[in-house]
Design a protein around this ligand. Structure first.
Ligand SMILES: Cc1cc2nc3c(=O)[nH]c(=O)nc-3n(C[C@H](O)[C@H](O)[C@H](O)COP(=O)(O)OP(=O)(O)OC[C@H]3O[C@@H](n4cnc5c(N)ncnc54)[C@H](O)[C@@H]3O)c2cc1C
Length: 392
């Protein structure tokens, strides 16, 4: 039996291996069993909620791949996408905790020295350390090359000064991967990635941000924040590459999370219209309502196929994956927004009640069209990758 969070018809496609299918089913089943925990998290403050979600995910072994000696299918893009799909279906904060942990561990996995990997990855995998990835600034959101936070070399140290904005896990992070300006070259050529422990003197939360879907989210300040030279992740001057490599990989997984939220909304809409008595029958009897549900199903299928293709391409090392990753994120997040909105509409007034499922999904899905490349940025990427030969 496949849990509701996943579509068995999609899962059986050759994009996925038996190992992917088995892990995804077990994770979705685990998510169902954790329902009481998810309910409790919604009343915790976001910092505590994320710590608890990380402890549960780490304790159950769902983050083990972050510290595995050999990369296996548990941590490939398809596995991460299926995990985000199942987690987002179950609970936004569970997906958030998982995804930010993967986001902050991936640069260490891909660019870290053996010492850096040994220092951080076991704790991130166990869920005992929380990570964050900080590239955005108030004046450098979509325009990553505009990063202004400086890191100046001073003997055997670097001194960081400046601010980061909108940082997920900013209030709880034990280690922050920071993209800073070191000036090896102009614009994107003058950036370097650093691993900064959360308790480093000079690093502080300027203010926590109360987001429409509660999450630990903050603006950070760095004032004469000193780190040793071995805090550099990768090589000096390669920070833009570290950030872009990460964001390109993460993009398709945002599409997968959108799919989880959207499938939950479509399931809730269908359950509601089948039992809502109206006009001597139920809402489902109305042809226009049937059309709505059919349209949701079409959109879910399209999003699943686009996410599956992009993730499969990334795992195979295909060059075209960046374009297809943008297509998957753009379509899945925009479709999820429409599906969640229609779910609210089909619930009528009941869908507008604070903390009802449709209302929660409505708030939770919105950020996905902005972070890790707004929809318009995806459109530019897609247009930029159009095959010029076809215009001849
Ligand atoms: C929930 C959430 C979590 C986040 N977590 C993190 C994090 O952990 N770490 C981190 O570093 N950052 C994080 N961010 C920041 C996020 O990456 C930025 O918000 C995003 O890059 C957009 O930047 P901005 O908000 O400055 O908007 P801007 O760059 O000012 O863009 C605003 C709008 O302008 C339009 N636009 C922008 N560029 C173009 C373009 N080229 N063409 C056409 N239209 C365009 C889009 O509609 C866009 O939404 C997070 C944001 C959110 C909402």
């Amino acid at each position: 039996m496949t849990p509701n969070a996943l579509d068995p018809d999609i899962l059986r496609l050759p994009f996925y291996t038996d190992a992917h299918r088995d892990r995804a089913r077990r994770l979705a089943q685990w998510c169902e069993e954790q329902a009481p925990l998810w309910t409790e998290l919604r009343t915790d403050d976001p910092d505590k909620a994320v710590r608890r979600a990380l402890a549960a995910l780490g304790g159950a072994g769902w983050l083990d791949f972050l510290a595995a000696a050999e990369p296996g299918s548990d941590g490939d893009c398809r596995a991460v996408c299926l995990a985000r799909e199942a987690l987002a279906y179950a609970e936004d904060l569970a997906d958030f905790a998982f995804s930010i942990q993967v986001l902050s561990a991936t640069p260490i996995l891909r660019h870290g020295s053996p010492e850096q990997r040994q220092r951080y990855l076991p704790g991130l995998a166990a869920g005992t350390l929380a990570g964050a990835f900080a590239v955005s600034e108030e004046q450098a959101g979509s325009d990553v090359a505009a990063v202004a936070l400086t890191a100046e070399r001073d003997g055997a140290q670097y001194v960081l000064n400046g601010a980061k904005a909108w940082i997920a896990n900013g209030t709880v992070a034990d280690v922050v991967c920071v993209i800073a300006r070191t000036g090896e070259g102009p614009g994107p050529l003058g950036l370097t990635a650093f691993l900064v422990p959360g308790d480093t003197p000079g690093l502080r939360v300027r203010e926590p941000i109360e987001a429409m879907a509660p999450r630990p989210f903050a603006h950070l300040v760095f004032e004469d924040c000193r780190v040793p030279a071995d805090a550099v992740l990768g090589r000096p001057g390669r920070g833009f590459v570290v950030a872009m490599d990460l964001l390109e990989r993460a993009r398709v997984t945002v599409g997968a999370a959108a799919l989880g939220f959207a499938r939950r909304a479509a399931d809730a809409a269908q359950a509601h219209v089948r039992r809502r008595a109206i006009y001597g029958g139920v809402l489902f009897d109305l042809p226009t309502v049937k059309f709505e549900l059919a349209d949701m199903e079409v959109q879910l299928n399209a999003a699943s196929l686009l996410v599956g293709r992009a993730a499969w391409e990334l795992d195979q090392g295909h060059r075209g994956f960046a374009k297809h990753s943008s297509i998957a994120k753009l379509h899945a997040t925009e479709a999820a927004q429409r599906i969640v909105d229609r779910c609210v509409q089909l619930h009528g007034a009941a869908g507008l009640v604070a903390q009802s499922l449709p209302e929660r999904l409505y708030r939770q899905v919105r950020a996905l069209r902005v972070y890790e490349g707004a929809s318009e940025v995806q459109q530019l990427t897609i247009a930029g990758a159009l095959d010029a030969r076809r215009a001849r």
